[in-house]
Design a protein around this ligand. Sequence first.
Ligand code: ATP
Length: 379
Amino acid sequence: MNQLTDQQMWDGEPTAAPVAINWHDAKPALTVDGIRQTYGRVTALDGVSFDLAAGEILALVGHSGSGKSTLLRVAAGLERPASGRVFLDGTEVCGPGRFVPPERRGVGLMFQDYALFPHMTVLQNIAFGLSRLSRAEADRIARATLDSVGLGACADDYPHALSGGEQQRVALARALAPGPNVLLMDEPFSNLDRRTRDIVRDETIAVLRRNRATAILVTHDPEEAMRLADRIVLLRSGRVVQTGTSEELYRRPASLFVARFFSEFDEVEGVVKNGAADSALGRFAANGFADGAKATICVRPNAIRVGKRGSGVDARIVSRRFLGETDLLHITVDGVPRSLHARVPAGAAIAGDDAIGIEIAPDDVMVFPESDARPRARG
Ligand code: ATP
């Protein structure tokens, strides 16, 4: 990423649209290769590898303890891994016999608590990382960066006088001002209330896009990752379980664990026969499964079509909730221990008519081997 100039100031409408780049062909700005990190008997990272293309925003997601922050610290050079390599712009900065310290990596860091210096003004906070420049040049860049996050009027304020969202933007400006090659952000929105978070998230992404920043965003929130990132890396117990766009992870999850992380659905048991899983809701394609294998059938709420009793599988509506454009129904089916959630067009299920028939749209159903069906767990 280039240093901010006056011309790059945030003077237009923000846009969060992803940059149209084929990430597979773009030159990696950051490569982590086989990173392993241990703390005593704990293995925090177990052979993590991925590339980050120049201009790409990548979300690193996973449950608490899955190794996200550890990976960020290793990439930044704040700690040395047990093994593996890190490359920045093709140059090895960490590997056997090689370790470039954080201040010489050209990497920007932004933490959850923002870590602003309370005794410095906003402008001084931003200029802090520009000490190699002349005072006038540092001041000019700090002001331009502050303008770029929409806070030019707050230059002489102290951090405590700002709201949480404004402090977040100052932290973003401070991380961007030195023009880092890669910006590493650890849960940068988690200290904000929900309403502020939505606004600040969109603004942050707009600033990153305008600066063509390359960034890793650590978050445990799948929605945040899907909303903000070009690509997502999902970690589980220190390993990468899947990498892809939000659509790939949502539509073609590699496992039940991935599916559960990115979407809501009901799970129904089935047994495979002749390439399909038989269940109380019908038969669903289970290609590649052995006959007799147990399967977990995942039914998204919009997969369920509601009709008259006699069509499809007999079912009963046990509750209705009005959600505006849609109704959320709780439905019971004989042979399915828990009630199912169905999201149907408002009014599709006529009040009072609780004995219904349902059909399941196969496109919104996923089938996984039962051996994959461990409970939602830490890491
Ligand atoms: P969270 O979302 O809760 O921040 P995370 O995905 O960022 O979690 P890490 O903080 O990277 O996970 O931790 C991964 C594992 O390594 C955890 O089991 C954690 O307890 C352990 N760990 C991390 N740092 C240290 C350390 N300095 N000393 C000992 N164990 C550590």
